[in-house]
Design a protein around this ligand. Structure first.
Ligand code: BMA
Length: 345
């Protein structure tokens, strides 16, 4: 078994083995910022008990926990969604102890314009080696590295996590996305960032590569930085096109990933999904999401965040989809925290 990072910690290797084992048992359920906030609540300071909308509804804690590192590059104390990095660290420690798997995305600002991730001012070329914004970018990755290195248990053991940078690159909405840099520049950005993290002594990462919905397997290959730089294959899929298209997209895309995953001997996951019609599709869980992921071989499915009533992708206690979610969560194939803890832990 070879990880992208040849100096990876033992803990990182164990995490990889755990992830590879998951599909033999089912599919792990996750959510972004699950313990940070939900509909009508926000965690302000660290408390011993971890709350989450999913747990309130089903009695079960998600197995996979996503967090975002956007603005860590600026030296900010909280991320682009006003979530405190100290609180993230605190929950990562607690969740890791409970056997959860942690995954980080990075909605980094645009290093040239200093706008958001969605500011598509041309920039990738300027942060590659020799570019005008290179030194700024190196300082950004240095801050990112400091954060990753600070993830430790109370005994000082490194906490291994999944890092999923520069996601949805086949869409045109991020500065690293299609049309805003060439595929060659994208791949170079990935590899150079990987080497910077390594130079900075980061050894607790599994690297996940995740395009948005793909039309073909060539679309996956176009931006793929190479087997030596990636550990986990992913895809992000939302239901903008309605139920049938959603199910088809998931099935087709997970089949693409499965084929790649077998060739490459790497695990794969539905790294982002969610109901964009939340509040109006009562049986979305068993009639839209489950038919897509059932028997897919994916290690996990990560629901996007429950930010507010006009921007939530999952379920909360008063939600119209509560009964359906409970049914979904009872399916044997769905793995929540307690079941994931037992996998090689
Ligand atoms: C997006 C939206 C944004 C958010 C970003 C990072 O998909 O949810 O509101 O800032 O993710 O979490």
């Amino acid at each position: 078994m070879q990880l992208a990072d040849k100096n990876a910690e033992l803990q990182t290797k164990i995490l990889f083995e755990r992830i590879r084992e998951i599909p033999n048992k089912g599919i792990a359920f996750g959510q972004q910022d699950a313990t940070m906030y939900g509909i009508n609540w926000k965690m302000k300071t660290a408390t011993s008990k971890l709350k989450s909308d999913i747990k309130e509804v089903s009695g079960k804690m998600p197995a996979i926990h996503g967090f975002d590192l956007g603005h860590i590059e600026l030296g900010a104390s909280s991320n682009l969604d006003t979530v405190s990095f100290d609180l993230i660290k605190n929950h990562v420690r607690k969740l890791n102890k409970k056997g959860a798997i942690i995954t980080f995305s990075w909605h980094a600002d645009n290093p040239k314009s200093m706008g958001t991730s969605w500011d598509t001012t041309s920039v990738v070329k300027t942060i590659l080696k020799g570019g005008s914004e290179r030194s700024k970018y190196e300082s950004w990755v240095a801050r990112l590295s400091t954060f990753f290195k600070s993830l430790k248990t109370s005994k000082g053991t490194p906490i291994p996590v999944v890092f999923r940078p520069f996601h949805e690159m086949n869409g045109n909405w991020f500065w690293w996305g299609e049309g805003n840099c060439t595929p060659e520049e994208y791949k170079e950005l990935w590899r150079e960032t990987f080497y910077l993290l390594k130079q900075n002594g980061v050894t607790n990462l599994l690297y996940a590569y995740a395009p948005n919905i793909m039309q073909s397997s060539e679309e996956f290959d176009l931006y793929y930085p190479g087997d030596d730089f990636v550990d986990i294959l992913g895809v992000d899929i939302y239901n903008y096109g309605g139920r049938e298209a959603f199910i088809n997209n998931i099935q087709k895309n997970l089949a693409i990933l499965k084929e790649k995953a077998i060739q490459k001997n790497k695990p794969f996951a539905l790294t982002e999904t969610g109901n964009v019609n939340s509040g109006s599709e009562p049986n979305w869980w068993t009639k839209s999401l489950y038919p897509g992921i059932e028997n897919s071989g994916a290690a996990w499915v990560l629901l996007w965040r429950n930010a507010r009533l006009d921007h939530y992708f999952s379920v909360y206690p008063e939600d119209i989809s509560v009964p359906d979610f409970k049914e979904f969560a009872r399916l044997d194939e769905l793995l929540f925290l307690k079941k994931i803890k037992k996998i090689n832990y």
